[in-house]
Design a protein around this ligand. Structure first.
Ligand code: ADP
Ligand code: ZN
Ligand code: ZN
Length: 672
């Protein structure tokens, strides 16, 4: 009897739907199974890396069948859990399966079995085996620890709301220890690479070599090493950013998502546009494990899920050591201005507090959520503002490099010597960014040591961690920064935090602006006075009676949640609806308008009033692409998976109808 030919359905890393079927040569039949990574010919390419989803013996018809070329070593195999996860990501986030595969395997470099060089000692892993026992939890921490475990018997997900410095991290450490003792693996997620550096020092004291770090700034060799050791189970715990969800865990007992409210958990570009917090819950479910979400300021989505009983909920209300929450002070920039008590952008309240802290050898953080020197330049005579020619936004002035820089496309240009509109000889700076704050603080406090942390000062691989470790060591008195300095940091001598421009956050045109402002202010203020000294937070604003500021003053997270949830419900925003945003881009504005209108009409025929737009976004042109967006709001009357089918088909039809080179359309599910 002739042996039947075997076929394999394979995901190809390309922008194509579904899987492709290849024949499995007899020599490979034993080695090709679900989860195998193989090379196959695809289009003009001789060999691309593919993931086998299914092996069967149904001969496909209607196209020429090509053969699988080779299989990668078994140790580079994608296990069933990860395969399921890749398929879920692709389906839920409307990404091509190949895009989801690429998120797991950005290049064959990360896979073991193709190792050219030997593993470098200590590259991604940690040296030092001196393993300490976790600290003894306080009574209230111990109670929270027990109730988390109890809640896990009824809920897959538990939300831990613990004020800043309450000891959430210590509780995580106990949970990790417990899972390791059970022989299971743990993923501990943070929203940003900079945070992993500070925390790993603390974790390796307890877990030595059994914990590893994972993020995109590791060398390929280091990544490969983590991949391999996660896969063979020698690595028990991983501290990582969102991409660590795609590591080949054998059996995850728990995923801890710290700072769960943070919008950096959402991947925007390239696809798959996944939310790592939400995806973590699915990955845990696939492993039969649990998810712990932690934050001092949980997202409204998570809080609402907890309130509705879908998640377990625990609270840790006081700081460790009964340290008081910082004193919150509002500094009104208007009245101070009138009484001429402002020195440039600083109120006298802020300057006095900084001076006092310096005299006591304490440290200060100044927060301004804009980088560069000033957000724009303006002609004082005619009002002309220099704008990027690729994007419809004004250039930011960077004094250090003496250039105008576009924060959307990175283009830079020199400063015009005169106004091209009216010939006026000087342009004036408007508003202020971190670079200007730094310059002025140095003038005001010439003997203080000042450092700045933002995208511009942290381009080098190690820059962020060295700025932070110098501050931690007390070598820096004043640290100025953007939202990069708002999170997770724990410094002993830090007592004063200044928020220089609260209004700029509050009035950002987004339905999450109030929630975000509260979170950001509460998080930055949480950095102050975490040990013995009570901290002081000075918030500068021209709108001191703003509802959100009142809530920040009292650290009143619950009232913020209740009032914001009312608003969301009233206007039909998440968590009461789900949003999918369709983004249409074109080099030609007229063609963009035509495609966007046609796509919206097609969606509207099927989804009716749930379709809003098309509209130009805040910045309507980026890197020479004109942009329009369509928003789809899914309420309880629609099935999300049906809506996704409609969107998939409508996008497909429009891409075919337009037939022009430069049209691009993608969907963003649960945009942030
Ligand atoms: P959070 O993660 O909630 O911001 P941390 O876990 O970082 O808080 O705790 C704040 C500080 O208090 C840390 O320096 C931590 O080591 C210390 N701490 C918290 N709980 C304990 C404990 N039970 N014993 C000793 N130190 C503790
Ligand atoms: Zn002018
Ligand atoms: Zn630009």
């Amino acid at each position: 009897m002739a042996m039947k030919i075997k076929y394999a359905d394979i995901i190809i890393p390309a922008a194509v739907a579904g899987t492709y079927t290849y024949a499995v040569p007899a020599s490979l039949t034993g080695a090709v199974r679900r989860g195998s990574l193989v090379t196959v010919p695809f289009g003009q390419s001789r060999a691309v890396l593919g993931l086998v989803i299914r092996v069967h013996d149904t001969t496909p018809h209607g196209f020429e069948i090509r053969e699988v070329q080779e299989t990668l070593p078994a140790e580079a195999c994608i296990n069933d859990h990860l395969t399921d996860f890749i398929l879920w990501i692709s389906d839920y986030y409307l990404a091509w399966p190949g895009e989801a595969l690429k998120a797991a395997i950005p290049s064959a470099d990360v896979l073991p079995g193709r190792v050219v060089r030997k593993r470098k000692a200590g590259s991604a892993t940690l040296n030092g085996t001196g393993v300490m026992a976790p600290v003894i939890l306080t009574e209230s921490q111990g109670k929270v620890f027990s109730s988390i475990k109890e809640l896990f018997s009824k809920h897959e997900v538990v939300l831990l709301h613990g004020v800043t410095s309450s000891g959430k991290t210590e509780i995580y450490i106990h949970l990790i220890q417990e899972q390791i003792d059970l022989g299971k693996q743990v993923l501990y997620m943070l929203p940003e690479i900079a945070l992993t550096a500070q925390l790993i020092e603390r974790l390796k004291k307890y877990f030595g070599d059994t914990i590893g770090v994972f993020h995109s700034r590791l060398t390929p060799a280091a990544r490969r090493d983590v991949w391999k050791r996660v896969s063979d189970g020698t690595l028990k715990a991983v501290l990582g950013v969102r991409s660590s969800l795609f590591l080949p865990f054998k059996e995850l007992g728990i995923i801890i998502v710290d700072e769960e409210h943070d919008s950096s958990y959402k991947q925007y570009d390239p696809a798959p546009r996944y939310h790592a917090r939400d995806a973590a819950m699915i990955l845990s479910r696939i492993h039969g494990g649990r998810t712990l979400l932690g934050s001092a300021t949980p997202s409204l989505e998570s809080f609402y899920n907890a309130k509705e009983g879908r998640y377990g909920f625990v609270e840790l209300k006081s700081r460790y050591g009964e340290v008081m929450m910082p004193e919150m002070i509002i500094a009104d920039t208007r009245s101070f201005g009138r009484r001429e008590k402002m020195v440039s952008h600083f109120t006298s309240k802020l300057i006095d507090a900084v001076g006092e802290a310096l005299s006591k050898k304490e440290q200060i953080i100044l927060f301004q959520n804009r980088r560069g020197f000033s957000p724009y330049l303006m002609c004082p005579d005619c009002g002309w503002v220099p704008q990027c020619t690729n994007c419809s936004v004004s250039y930011t002035y960077h004094k250090g490099i003496g250039k105008l820089v576009c924060h959307y496309c990175g283009k830079n240009t020199k400063i015009p010597s005169e106004c091209p509109e009216c010939g006026s000889a000087s342009l004036s700076t408007r508003g202020f960014g971190t670079e200007k704050v730094e310059e002025e603080i140095r003038l005001l406090f010439p003997s203080a040591t000042v450092a700045r942390m933002d995208q511009d000062t942290t381009r080098r691989r190690s820059a962020a961690s060295s700025i932070l470790s110098e501050f931690a060591a007390g070598d820096t008195d004043i640290l100025i920064g953007t939202q990069m300095i708002s999170k997770g940091l724990d410094f002993e001598k830090l007592t004063v935090v200044g928020i220089l421009d609260a209004d700029n956050m509050l009035h950002f045109p987004d339905f999450r602006a109030f929630e975000r402002s509260f979170q950001l202010m509460e998080q930055v203020s949480g950095r102050a006075g975490r040990r013995t000294r009570r901290g002081k937070v000075i918030i500068q604003t021209a709108d001191p009676s703003h509802m959100i500021l009142r809530q920040v003053l009292k650290h009143d997270y619950m009232t913020m949640c209740t009032t914001q949830l009312e608003e969301r419900s009233l206007f039909g925003y998440p968590p009461f609806t789900k949003i999918i945003r369709v983004v249409i881009r074109h080099h030609n504005q007229d063609d963009l308008n035509i495609s966007a209108a046609r796509l919206a009409a097609s969606l509207r025929r099927q989804l009716g009033r749930h379709v809003l737009g098309p509209e130009f976004p805040l910045v309507m042109q980026v890197q020479r692409w004109y942009i329009k967006t369509i928003m789809i709001k899914i309420d309880g009357t629609l099935s999300p998976s049906r809506v996704k089918d409609v969107i998939r088909r409508a996008i497909d039809a429009e891409m075919k109808a337009a037939r022009q080179g430069s049209l691009r359309i993608h969907a963003d599910v649960d945009p942030q």
